[in-house]
Design a protein around this ligand. Structure first.
Ligand code: ITT
Length: 201
């Protein structure tokens, strides 16, 4: 089976490939950028909006991920605003060399001096084609480091220490991240559901 990955985030695309191809699902990137307004108020709704928009544009069964970091001390933030947390007026705007760097700077500033550093990554994935959708979710708990470490992954990985680890997500190998990550769990769950109803797609 071939799925279009409904994302403009290269880090996510690479993870989709790594996680789905060993399960016998080949994934293709979109051949042009699609700007989709994420107008939903939940991860699930935004993932649905993205998967449907890509299906309508490209006519290939499309799988989207809407994901983010929820930090206990400021829950439900950054949440659905994770990719543009630095732009939010709430807690003050932040600048950086990249959006990822600005987001991390802001998060560390907001948590400075706080002992409560618990957090979780969540991912909702939706597969959409022909008026039909399937979805699954995944989560990984952890805590926010005092400063960034590591160069793997993307987004908040350099400041997220998964439960039971001393390393940040950005210090894990790609295989180690996929085994425990929110996206790994969500995509493997989706693949199991798809096995039972592939003919519908
Ligand atoms: P698409 O909508 O095009 O897929 P996006 O990056 O805008 O790309 P989201 O709206 O789902 O995607 O925002 C997810 C953000 O949450 C992402 O930009 C990171 O800041 C953060 N995030 C999600 N998964 C992550 C991961 O595995 N590691 C680090 N940060 C992650």
């Amino acid at each position: 089976m071939k799925l279009l990955v409904a994302t403009s985030n290269p880090g996510k695309l690479e993870e989709f490939r790594r996680i789905l191809e060993p399960l016998g699902i080949s994934v293709v990137p979109p051949h042009k950028k699609l700007k989709v307004e994420e107008t939903g108020s939940s991860f699930l709704e935004n993932a649905y909006i993205k998967a449907k928009a890509y299906w309508e544009e490209f006519g290939i069964p499309s799988v989207a991920d809407d994901s983010g970091l929820i930090v206990d001390a400021i829950a439900p933030y950054p949440g659905v605003y994770s990719s543009r947390f630095h732009e939010l007026e709430l807690f003050g705007k932040e600048e950086g060399k990249s959006p990822d760097e600005a987001n991390i700077k802001k998060l560390l500033r907001v948590l400075r001096g706080k002992r409560e550093r618990g957090a979780r990554f969540v991912a909702f994935v939706v597969l959409y084609a022909n008026g039909k959708g399937l979805w699954a979710e995944g989560e990984v708990r952890g805590r926010i480091a005092e400063s960034p470490r590591g160069s793997g992954g993307f987004g908040y990985d350099p400041v997220f220490i998964p439960e039971g680890e001393t390393r940040t997500m950005a210090e894990l190998s790609p295989e180690e991240k996929d085994r425990i990550s929110h996206r790994g769990k969500a995509l493997r769950a989706l693949a199991r559901i798809l096995e039972r109803c592939e003919e519908a797609f």
